[in-house]
Design a binder for this molecule. Structure first.
Ligand SMILES: Nc1nc2c(ncn2[C@@H]2O[C@H](COP(=O)(O)OP(=O)(O)O)[C@@H](O)[C@H]2O)c(=O)[nH]1
Ligand SMILES: [Mg+2]
Ligand SMILES: [Zn+2]
Length: 308
């Protein structure tokens, strides 16, 4: 029995890396039945056990327990879900304050989802070469907001001399998902890290497929210094997963820290007296954008529970 890492999958074929070799593997039939709610029982990042059946082929007959996994549902109500990736060490959320401007609520929804999946996030703020004086002041404030929520923030410019040096120690020997809106520089970063790879920048809106049933599978890209990055159009589906509304405040790290001083243990931070979160908002300790995101998601979620 061999052990390997799934680095690519097409649904029925799984490419398993073991040592320096890659084996093209099928699943032993019985797995499909056991894991019936998932359209794909094996995902990139899975550690699998397999038998070699040919020079570069094999049969997977076991999957190691996952430390985490990310799923996507075709729609909110769909029963079937697709596992996008397993055993992810971190999420690299790439954003830009300009060209394009990443909406703050988009960032907060992403970070919340990653927390719910127990995946640590790092914020990479790219295109700093394009920022004017005013943008740079906002950049500093932005970093303070997210450091207060315990996120590491990295400033980046991939314009000319592609300063990717700061990224290498963060990515080395880890499985990282690189996410962010279209146009922020994800592909540029991966190309800069992997000389010779030459992925196409300005992706040909392959993400239009993501909402449909035509499944797109994420691929792991091996880094020359060790580790993998996952650049996936499907990651758009990384929206809000099924969260209990009471959990939202637990996964906003800044709000969670502050809430220890609320008078009521089940404070929703919306209207209660002696709410430490509302007080921090007033005093400026908690930035209003974080509070707004929290409140919007909380109310969305309530709505879903009422109608659902
Ligand atoms: N000025 C500037 N342009 C950048 C930077 N990073 C990426 N770009 C450009 O932004 C565009 C979109 O980049 P791309 O990597 O395709 O973004 P993706 O959609 O996130 O993969 C490309 O034209 C890149 O050359 C940067 O740091 N500064
Ligand atoms: Mg891209
Ligand atoms: Zn409160």
């Amino acid at each position: 029995m061999e052990k390997g890492l799934v680095i690519k999958t097409t649904g029925s074929w799984h490419f398993v890396k073991s040592g320096r070799n890659v084996f093209n593997c099928k699943l032993k039939g019985t797995f499909r039945v056991r894991n019936i709610r998932n359209t794909n029982p094996v995902a990139v990042g899975d550690h699998v056990f397999f038998e070699i059946t040919g020079k570069d082929s094999g049969i997977i007959n076991g999957i190691e327990a996952r430390t985490n996994y990310i799923i996507r549902k075709a729609t909110n109500l769909a029963r079937e879900s697709q596992i996008l990736a397993a055993n992810v060490d971190q999420l690299i959320l790439m954003i830009t304050l300009k060209y394009p401007e990443t909406p703050l609520e988009f960032i907060d929804r992403f970070l919340l989802t990653a927390e719910a999946y127990h995946i640590k996030s790092i914020l990479v703020i790219n295109k700093t070469d394009l920022y004017n004086k005013e943008n740079l002041i906002w950049l500093d404030e932005f970093i303070k907001i997210y450091e207060f929520a315990d996120y590491r923030c990295i400033k980046l410019s991939l314009k000319d001399n592609k300063e990717t040096g700061s990224m290498i120690p963060l990515l080395k020997d880890k499985i990282s998902i690189i996410a962010g809106n279209s146009g922020v520089g994800k592909t540029t970063l991966i190309n800069a890290l992997c000389p010779g790879l030459n992925l196409k920048t300005k992706e040909i809106s392959s993400y239009h497929l993501a909402g449909k049933h035509a499944t797109t599978y994420p691929e792991m890209i091996e880094l020359p210094f060790g580790g993998y990055v996952i650049d996936t159009p499907g990651i758009r589906g990384f929206g809000i997963i099924d969260l209990n509304k009471n959990e939202i405040g637990l996964y906003f790290n800044d709000i969670f820290k502050l809430s220890k001083n609320c008078q009521f243990y089940n404070c929703t931070h919306l209207h209660e007296p002696n709410c430490a979160v509302l007080e921090a908002c007033k005093s400026g300790l908690l930035h209003e954008s974080r509070y707004k995101s929290y409140a919007n998601i909380f109310l969305d979620n309530n709505e879903k529970y009422r109608t659902g």
